[in-house]
Design a protein around this ligand. Structure first.
Ligand code: R5P
Length: 289
């Protein structure tokens, strides 16, 4: 088996290859120093994948990483790979799973359709849309959970409880709490608009405790900031925010000052990436058979 990492996921690809174990095929991303003057992507496989089951690891965010994914999948297919497993750790454009207005694209399906051109199957994680959308994808698709990785980190950080910022994230909190070996609960979130959320009243047993708040995505950090403030108001002594996908847009860093620590996985690389989901993807690849 061979593993190829796109430039959004080089380090995660190496981690997955080490876990499997499998060999890494290096990729040249620049033809000339500095790349093409117009900013177009370039890829070249630096070793053979002919006849191999090849795993292509690439987050489809930001937009140029989608183009890079397509170039790599095409290059791997043309180079004679026997089977291509796409690992898309963060599925960019995965938010829209319905046609709300006539004429709209169902963006999650659009991206899946293009992945299916060269890939035989898809593994992804915490897709931002309704997870049921993967049933409509034109290739076999499995969602892999990132919560074991977060649970491991929170266990090491010796937290006393895991909290979800809303009911939607309750099953994530439950999964992480099982691994961390502590109780879980959830706050009640009301979203006002894309940038504003309110946390409703609910008494929680957090006085004097160290708590981890877990969510699938941190985008503007508004949700986590409101949850952290509420937990502090209820007497929490230490608040750690943990997410699978750390987008950290707009004033996220400022908002997240309400927390003692912020951690994200390596589905999207950032300065908050402190835990890897390589073991979770490696296990899912091994289970493909
Ligand atoms: C939505 O409910 C998601 O689970 C996250 O809570 C949300 O995307 C986080 O966004 P933000 O960081 O902008 O509040």
């Amino acid at each position: 088996m061979k593993v190829v990492g796109g430039s959004a996921s080089v380090s995660l690809a190496r981690g997955i290859a080490k876990e499997l174990p499998a060999s890494v095929v290096d990729v040249a991303f620049e033809r000339h120093p500095g790349g093409f003057p117009d900013g177009e992507r370039y890829v070249r496989l630096l070793a053979s994948v002919a006849g191999d089951h090849t795993v292509l690891v690439q987050t489809t965010h930001p937009d140029p990483m989608i183009v890079e994914f397509l170039l790599l999948a095409d290059a791997i297919r043309d180079a004679g790979a026997r089977r291509i497993t796409a690992v898309v750790p963060y599925f960019g454009y995965g938010r829209q799973d319905k046609r709300f207005l006539e004429g709209e694209a169902i963006s999650a399906k659009t991206i899946a359709k293009h992945i299916a051109v060269d890939c035989d199957e898809l593994l992804t994680m915490a897709i931002p849309a309704n997870p049921e959308i993967v049933r409509t994808f034109p290739l076999p698709t499995k969602e892999v959970s990132g919560m074991p990785a977060i649970g491991r980190y929170l266990k090491g950080a010796k937290i006393d409880a895991v909290l979800a910022p809303d009911q939607g994230a309750l099953r994530l909190a439950e999964e992480a709490s099982t691994i961390a070996g502590v109780p879980f609960d959830s706050l009640v979130k009301k979203r006002i608009d894309s940038y504003t959320v309110e946390i409703g009243p609910k008494a929680l047993a957090v006085k004097g405790k160290s708590v981890g708040i877990v969510d699938d995505v941190i985008s503007t950090g508004g949700t986590i900031a409101m949850a952290a403030k509420e937990l502090r108001a209820q007497g929490a002594k230490r608040v750690i925010a943990a997410c699978v996908h750390g987008l950290f847009v707009d004033k996220a860093e400022e908002n997240l000052r309400a927390c003692d620590d912020v951690i994200a996985t390596d589905t999207i690389q950032s300065k908050f990436t402190k835990v890897s989901v390589a073991p979770e993807f490696a296990a899912a690849i091994r289970a493909l058979g």
